[in-house]
Each structure stands twice: as structure tokens, then as C-alpha cells.
Design a protein around this ligand. Structure first.
Ligand code: HEM
Length: 123
């Protein structure tokens, strides 16, 4: 596949992923209540998440920038159970959007590592 075509394909897949992911995440009461309480603008969040995931795709390793963006935008800590649900929904959304196996593994691995900075055992 030509590079431009491949980029368009990935951009398209990520847009679809972000839609599907937040649709499923917001079906979970904990997450929908949390976003509501914090008055998060979901459309803005989706746009930022699209840009963020694109940067994860093109990076070789986790850049400092991505780690600090996740840390500053998540001043709260979450539990291992909730982290698991978040990652599970992300994985299922990738399957639903027919992500290539390689891209799926690459992104999930990075997301798992980013998650460790906002997880603690007890709230
Ligand atoms: C259980 C785990 C998580 C919870 C409860 C959570 C919750 C949230 C909330 C409430 C916001 C909105 C923050 C705001 O508008 O100020 C947000 C933004 C965001 N989250 Fe998460 N998040 C989780 C895990 C993750 C992970 C693992 C990643 C990395 C892949 C991530 C990436 C992002 C990004 C990129 C934004 C937008 C950042 C920005 O506005 O600059 N989140 N998240």
C-alpha cells in the first residue's frame, strides 16, 4: 500500500475507534458519571484522543510528552479494576473496528504502560 493510502487508512480507523470506544465507555456508569461530574466536553475529548492515538501510532517509544499529557490530564488515580475495564473496552473496540493485529498490539502495549501512572491499589 502506498504511504499516503496507508496513512489515510490509519486515520480512518482511528476516527472510527475513538467513536466506538467512547460509545462503549459511556455505557459504563462509573465513566459516564465521572465525565459528567467533571463537565468534560466529550467532542473535545474525542478530538484530543484522536490526535493522541495518532501520535502513539507514529512513535517508536513512549515519548516524554505523551506520558506527561496523560499524567496532567488525569490528576486523579484509578483502581486496577477500572483500568482493566478501560483497556478491555479499548481492545474490544479495536476488534470491532477490525484493526490490523500489529497495530492493535502496538497501541495496546503503549496504553497499558501509560495506564500504570494513573493506577493505584486503593482509592
Ligand atoms: C481508568 C482509566 C482512565 C480514566 C478514568 C480516564 C479519564 C479521563 C478524563 C476524565 C479525561 C478528561 C480530562 C479533562 O478534560 O480534563 C481524560 C482525558 C484524556 N485521556 Fe483518559 N482516562 C483513563 C485512561 C487513559 C489512558 C490509559 C490514556 C492513554 C492512552 C488516556 C488518554 C487520555 C487523553 C489523550 C485525554 C485528553 C487529554 C487532553 O485533554 O489533553 N486516558 N481521561
Amino acid at each position: 500500500m502506498a504511504i499516503q493510502q496507508r496513512n489515510d487508512h490509519i486515520t480512518h480507523q482511528i476516527n472510527a475507534l475513538v467513536e466506538t470506544f467512547y460509545r462503549h465507555l459511556l455505557e459504563e456508569q462509573y465513566f459516564s458519571e465521572m465525565f459528567e461530574k467533571r463537565q468534560v466536553n466529550i467532542e473535545v475529548l474525542k478530538e484530543r484522543q484522536r490526535v493522541f492515538i495518532m501520535s502513539l501510532v507514529s512513535d517508536g517509544e513512549n515519548g516524554e510528552e505523551e506520558v506527561s499529557q496523560v499524567q496532567t490530564r488525569h490528576p486523579f488515580q484509578t483502581t486496577p479494576e477500572r483500568a482493566k475495564i478501560w483497556l478491555q473496552i479499548m481492545k474490544e473496540s479495536m476488534i470491532e473496528e477490525q484493526f490490523d493485529e500489529e497495530l492493535q498490539q502496538h497501541l495496546l502495549q503503549k496504553m497499558k504502560r501509560l495506564m500504570t501512572s494513573i493506577v493505584k491499589e486503593k482509592e
